[in-house]
Structure formats: structure tokens, C-alpha cells
Ligand binder design. Structure first.
Ligand code: ZN
Length: 719
């Protein structure tokens, strides 16, 4: 990708390159070799030192711990905001506690003795007054032209990520670290700036590249903002490549590893990252707020969509990850064990991260050790060759960048439904749709992938002709790749419907009539045969069918008043307006002209779940690779290794899993119930189980054993 911006810039490098079948391992990194070590480590450790650690923390403790946990790679603090070695680079501040020590070098030597891969951590995002005095242009500038103080450490300044601080100063720091320590790689944390910067370099360079002034609006339809979204990426890819080239000149078997990437809302192009990076670190450290426990596995799937078989490492934090940033905390081991397990089940190699070499709370040490030793003993079965999933869930950065930043609500709805349905699936990047990329999949799901180019629509069209099935929702293909609305869906012929000109953004109290008479026993209505109607979604696109569809299992019951209660009766009990369009070419096509996936994520209605699950089963139309029966919520993944295959079952069943309506009853028991009762009692009975429980008596108490409680049990004690 050259300096050219616009659609050509984004499309450049659209070369066919198979990832899921493993060919990418032999590809070059724009002419650079993949370092020989990247595929070796399976269990990563990270120790991020704090300024007062040198002289205070015990390096030998950490070396012992790395050994005990059977960690085979480590990331150690080296430089950037602070140096933990005796740097000679001007303006590179040494820790005030460093003295004559080399805290970094000592750890590097110890880890090398343990045979570990060693990565140096740098973080360039903040600096000091003397640096600002000498180089005011290295500091980030706010929209009103003021240099930016650091938000958390007010004695520091935020640096510009796209100017000479990174391009010049941090290049010198990296060269020094690599020439002194010959580490295997350099990890770059917070290297991509800290939000929008209005400094003189950003203004000048952006103007020169695009002809625009720096944008002052978030609207992606503003030409300046649109260009900036692309220019910033180009600048960061240039920076990464500069650092990577410079360290490889010193150690050809090394690389620079950016802390970057993610899913649809990631600001850097995952496709380009997948081409450039020999290894990546997925940085989603823990749950926060109402995040689902499968979100770490999702991260793995998102990265794999563009990384293919290249190693992907998943950071998990032993501390809490909330906006209040208790970086020194220790969270409950069950929480990080499940988080890491879901990552491992989804192909991530675990990486634990701890901030501060001096421990203030040691409760995490044992659980991480236990987990790592377990994964070490499983190693042969964790070296996956490829996933065996037959369903691909498409994600679209261009839709998030240029059309709708909330596209994740649709994706999350599908993600939750596929987890609940226990259907193994992968994620697919919307700009890697060549036949060899999507060949493993029988069904592709497009969760409101609104922004698609003509070429991408053609790729989906061709896929259906080859026998791939497609499920799409709502405004999929109604906008071009720049988020500009089309007159009709780009995929109108595939869906068999035309856009009728109107999108209803907010339906209140609307329903769907299930057409059991005309679409009798249609697989889309499995599990809904007793339901004459179910709730509709919230938004819908008006469409007109191009042809007669053989089955129309869902029809619209339009909104009617929801208050006063006397007025709540349907004005139109039925219409002929279909709300799902099912057709069969070589592949099957299922189009929902409404936001079933987004509404499911918001409301978690089980009827919507059934429609989503049934749509995938109908579209895929083959025997499932794996079928798991029994209660609970499980993340099920299926993998092939060199000489084996594995089915991972991660138990997400937990009252703390997420908000939402109750799905099923999970029995708990046996329970021991101790009741203060000094008087003699008569009969003791379990009313729901309809039997007498085991009872132990003491002077003061009755101890009743309840074998299990499904939904409701009553211990009845006659007095
Ligand atoms: Zn700047």
C-alpha cells in the first residue's frame, strides 16, 4: 500500500492469499522473513516494571515463577516513558531508582538461561518537561491548540504518535535496545497516539497527503474525516515498518510487534495487519461492564480471520479491567481462568500480565501456575493446524468506520446465538472473500454488513453460485464501501428483493405472524410450532420481492398502540408483508429485512434465538460436525492438529455470565440446609421432589440434605 489514499489505497494488496489453509506461513513480510521463533512459545509471561521497582523487586522471584509456570516466552519492560537499563539516548529518562543497575538486562539474561523467547516492551505515549522544553513539537496538541498534559500523571506530557517523537526518538531507543540485548522482538504498547492530535506535524503532513485540514468532526461522511481515517493508518503502518526494518538490521531474526488490532471497530486495517505481522498479541485483558465471557474467544476468531495460522497470543490480566483502572488489583481466579480458557479454546496462546515487580497481593500466583502447567501438559493438542468450523460470521471494519460504529450490536447478537446453539464457527474479514479464503465455510452470516463495494457483492454472489449459503440481515449491502447509500441493495438479486425506499428505525409493539398453515413444518420454525406469533425487532427495511417465494414463514403484524391498555389490540392481525426471504440457488440464501440480530443482543428473546439457530441449520443443510446435548451454555470449538482433532467445551454456564432472560433450569445440589429447631418435629418432606429427605438431628438443629433444586423446592416440617 503506497502513499495514495482513497479507495485505491484501501483496496491495494487485495492479493489472493490463503490463510485458513496455512499457506500464509510461507509468505513473506513484504520481503522480510518470519522470525524463526514465533511459532515456538505457547505460554507467555509479561512483567511490566514500575519506576520504583529497580533495587526493590526480586528478579530471582520472577525467574523462578516463570520456570514454575512453564512459561516459554516473556515480555519485559525496557524503555520509552522510562528506561530500565542504562540508556545513552538523549531524553530517554532512566528510572530514578535505577542507579547503576541494569534491571532489564538482568531479567533478560535470566530468562535466556531458562530458554525463553524474550521480548522487550516499550511504551512511548508520555514524556517529561525537559523533553517538551527542548522539543515542543513532540507533544500532542488538543483541538484548541494546547499541548496535552497526561490525564493520569499530570507531571507528564502526552506525545504525538504520528510525528518525530515516534519516527525519530523512539527509533533510536529501539535501535539501542536491540543492539545491546539482541532480544527476539520489541513489543510496542500505546504506540499509535492517544486520540486525535492537532500538532504542527500532523496538520502539515495531513494537508500534504490529502489536501484537507485536520477534521474537527467525527462524521465519516465529512471528506476530511474520511481521509484522516485512512491517512492515520498509513502513517502508523509506515511507523511500524520503519521500526521493524531498523531492528531487523541489527537482529535479522527479530521483529517489532505492535499492540494493535481487534474486530470491526478496530481503527487499523486488520487485513493489512494480517499481511504484515508474523505474530500478534490480542489485547483484551478481561471482562468489564456487561461483557460476555466469550468475548476473549471472539478476539481470537477476529485476529485469525486475517492472521490465518500465524500465532496469536491472548493477553489476560490477573487484575480487574474497569474504567477505574485498578491496575494493581487481583481478580477472582474463576474469572481469569474462564477468560483464558475461552481464549485457548479459540486458538489464542495465553499471556498473563502483571504490573509492578513488587507484589502487593499474591493470590493470583497459584491459579496461574496451575492453569499454565495444565496447558503445558496439553501442548500437543493445542498446536492447532486449522479450525473445522463450517460457519463464518463476517465482520466489516469499513462498515464500522464509514457507516455505523454500532455494527457490533448485530455481530454480538449472532455471536451469542451461535454460542447458545453450540455451533462451531469462525469469523471472516469482509475484505478476504476470495474463494480460497471462504472455501472452508458452508454458510456465511452477514450481520447488517451495510457497507459493501460492488466487488465484494460480486464475491458473495459468486460464492452462492459455488454452493455457499448466505444469511444476511437488515441493511446489508445498502451502502457502498464508503458508507454512501445506494438506490438498491448491492445484493438485491441474491436476496430476491429490492429496497422499497424506506427504513423504519423504531418499531414499537410490533409482531411477527408465524405462517404454520402455508409454511407447514418449515425448518425455520423448529421449536416454534406452538407459537402463533412472536415479537418483532426494532428496525426494519421496507422491501419489495422480485419473485414469488415458495415459503414465507414470517409476516409482519404492524405496530399498534401500547397504551392505554384498553387500546392494546392489533389493528391489522395479519399482512402479506414477508419478514424473511428464503431462496435456493447452488447455495441457500436467507435474508431478514430487520434487525433480528441487534434486537436479540438487546432483548435476548429466546424466540429470536430459535429463528437465528434455525436459519443457520437450514442454510448449512448438512450434518453438524459436532452436536452437544445437555443443559448449559458452552463455547464449542473444533480443531485439527497434526495427528489429532479436538473438541473444546468451555462451560460458560454461570449466574454471572451476563444479563438477560432465563433460558433453562440448571439443577443445583446436593444442598445441606441447617435449620435451628429445638422442638421435636413430625414429618419432614420435600414438596417438589415429593420425597422425604435425609435428616440429621442434633439438640439444636436439623440438617436436611436436598438432593437438588431445579426451579423451586420447599422443605416442609410438620411441628
Ligand atoms: Zn501530532
Amino acid at each position: 500500500m503506497g502513499a495514495a489514499l482513497g479507495p485505491i489505497g484501501l483496496r491495494a494488496g487485495f492479493a489472493a492469499q490463503s490463510r485458513l489453509d496455512g499457506n500464509s506461513r510461507s509468505s513473506s513480510l513484504e520481503g522480510k522473513a518470519i522470525p524463526s521463533w514465533v511459532d515456538k512459545p505457547m505460554r507467555w509471561a509479561q512483567l511490566t516494571l514500575v519506576e520504583d521497582d529497580p533495587g526493590k523487586f526480586d528478579p530471582q522471584f520472577w525467574l523462578d515463577y516463570f520456570k514454575r509456570t512453564r512459561s516459554d516466552a516473556v515480555c519485559l519492560s525496557a524503555g520509552g516513558c522510562l528506561a530500565y537499563y542504562p540508556t545513552e539516548v538523549r531524553f530517554h529518562h532512566r528510572s530514578q531508582w535505577l542507579g547503576n543497575r541494569d534491571a532489564f538486562g538482568e531479567l533478560v539474561r535470566g530468562c535466556r538461561k531458562l530458554g525463553m523467547v524474550v521480548i522487550a516492551r516499550t511504551d512511548p505515549h508520555a514524556t517529561y518537561d525537559d523533553v517538551r522544553a527542548a522539543h515542543p513539537d513532540w507533544i500532542a496538541v488538543t483541538v484548541d491548540g494546547k499541548p496535552r498534559r497526561h490525564w493520569a500523571s499530570p507531571e507528564m506530557w502526552v506525545t504525538c504518535g504520528l510525528g518525530p517523537y515516534n519516527f525519530e526518538f523512539m527509533t533510536e531507543v529501539k535501535k539501542e535496545i536491540m543492539s545491546r540485548y539482541h532480544v527476539d522482538g520489541i513489543f510496542i504498547n500505546r504506540w499509535d497516539g492517544s486520540g486525535m492530535c492537532y500538532c504542527e506535524h500532523c496538520a502539515k503532513n495531513f494537508k500534504k497527503a490529502s489536501g484537507h485540514d485536520l477534521p474537527r468532526t467525527e462524521n465519516p461522511q465529512d471528506p476530511g474525516r474520511r481521509e484522516y481515517i485512512l491517512w492515520r493508518q498509513q502513517r502508523l503502518f509506515d511507523l511500524w515498518q520503519l521500526w521493524d526494518s531498523e531492528v531487523r538490521k541489527i537482529n535479522p531474526d527479530s521483529c517489532v510487534i505492535p499492540n494493535t488490532g481487534g474486530g470491526a471497530t478496530s481503527s487499523l486495517d486488520m487485513k493489512k495487519i494480517g499481511e504484515l505481522a508474523p505474530i500478534l498479541i490480542a489485547d483484551r485483558q478481561a471482562r468489564r461492564g456487561l461483557a460476555a465471557p466469550w468475548a476473549n474467544g471472539k478476539n481470537g476468531k477476529e485476529f485469525r480471520a486475517t492472521m490465518g495460522r500465524k500465532p496469536i497470543v491472548g493477553i489476560f490480566s490477573v487484575g480487574l479491567e474497569e474504567p477505574y483502572r485498578w491496575k494493581d488489583s487481583v481478580q477472582n481466579p474463576a474469572e481469569f481462568r474462564l477468560w483464558a480458557a475461552d481464549g485457548v479454546a479459540n486458538g489464542l496462546r495465553p499471556w498473563f500480565t502483571k504490573f509492578s515487580g513488587t507484589l502487593r497481593d499474591e493470590r493470583w500466583l497459584g491459579p496461574v501456575q496451575e492453569m499454565y502447567c495444565r496447558y503445558a501438559s496439553w501442548e500437543k493438542y493445542l498446536r492447532n493446524v486449522k479450525p473445522l468450523a463450517r460457519v463464518g460470521l463476517v465482520y466489516s471494519q469499513q462498515t464500522a468506520w464509514f457507516h455505523n460504529a454500532k455494527v457490533e450490536d448485530h455481530t454480538n447478537g449472532w455471536y451469542q446465538a451461535l454460542i447458545e446453539a453450540r455451533i462451531p464457527f469462525e469469523m471472516v474479514h469482509d475484505r478476504l472473500l476470495e474463494a480460497e479464503h471462504i472455501a472452508p465455510f458452508k454458510t456465511l452470516i452477514l450481520p447488517n454488513i451495510a457497507a459493501l463495494s460492488d466487488e465484494q457483492c460480486e464475491q458473495f454472489r459468486a460464492a452462492v453460485k459455488r454452493g455457499t449459503s448466505i444469511i444476511a440481515t437488515h441493511e446489508t449491502s445498502l451502502f457502498d464501501e464508503w458508507g454512501v447509500k445506494r438506490k438498491n441493495f448491492g445484493l438485491a438479486d441474491v436476496f430476491g428483493v429490492d429496497f422499497a425506499g424506506r427504513t423504519e428505525l423504531r418499531m414499537q409493539n410490533a409482531y411477527l405472524r408465524l405462517e404454520h398453515d402455508t409454511a407447514r413444518n418449515h425448518p425455520l420454525l423448529n421449536g416454534l410450532h406452538d407459537a402463533p406469533r412472536i415479537i418483532h425487532g426494532v428496525a426494519r427495511v421496507e422491501v419489495s420481492p422480485r419473485k414469488k417465494f415458495p415459503d414465507m414463514p414470517l409476516r409482519l403484524i404492524p405496530s399498534y398502540p401500547d397504551l392505554p391498555m384498553e387500546k392494546v389490540y392489533p389493528r391489522q392481525p395479519s399482512t402479506n408483508i414477508a419478514q424473511v426471504f428464503l431462496s435456493e440457488d447452488a447455495g441457500r440464501v436467507c435474508y431478514f429485512p430487520w434487525d433480528i440480530d441487534r434486537t436479540f443482543w438487546e432483548v435476548l428473546c429466546v424466540d429470536h434465538f430459535k429463528l437465528l439457530r434455525n436459519a443457520v441449520e437450514w442454510a448449512t443443510n448438512e450434518e453438524a460436525m459436532v452436536n452437544v446435548d445437555g443443559p448449559g451454555v458452552l463455547d464449542v470449538t473444533v480443531w485439527q492438529q497434526a495427528n489429532s482433532m479436538t473438541v473444546h467445551l468451555v462451560n460458560l454456564t454461570n449466574p454471572m455470565m451476563m444479563k438477560g432472560p432465563i433460558r433453562e433450569f440448571m439443577p443445583v445440589g446436593p444442598l445441606k440446609v441447617r435449620i435451628s429447631q429445638k422442638e421435636r418435629t413430625g414429618k419432614i418432606h420435600l414438596l417438589a421432589a415429593n420425597k422425604s429427605p435425609r435428616v440429621e438431628r442434633s439438640d439444636q438443629h436439623l440438617i436436611v440434605t436436598v438432593p437438588n433444586v431445579l426451579d423451586h423446592e420447599v422443605i416442609a416440617i410438620d411441628l
